[in-house]
Design a protein. Sequence first.
Length: 141
Amino acid sequence: MTMTVHVDIVSAEAEIFSGLAEMVIAPAIQGEVGILPLHAQYITQLTEGAVRLKINDQHEESFYVTGGMLEVQPHKVTVLSDTALRVHDIDEKAALEAKQNAEKRLSDKKAAFDHAKAQAELAKAMLQLRAIEKLRKRLKR
């Protein structure tokens, strides 16, 4: 029987993933780290990038994080990030449209709108597009 570790990936907005994985690969500040079940206790900062979970030999899931913290216990790994996105849930067309709409609203000096909301929408769209681009680069390797 293959050993697994429980993984929780949590953003400021919601729990993104909770389940078992055979391996966790994360973008730590000192470089990419691989975490297997029964790993020694460990805590580190994360940089922006992909957190990859090897669920089993046939299935891997990827998540895009903007940074945060990684906490490792022998039977549990926790990823805490301000923003975390499940990579396969990102809709590139919708992100491009949201980016263009937010940029248009921000450039219109005469229109009455919530400036902070438009900036947040632009930041979210840019994050999604950056996640797609980084994933494409990783897949080309």
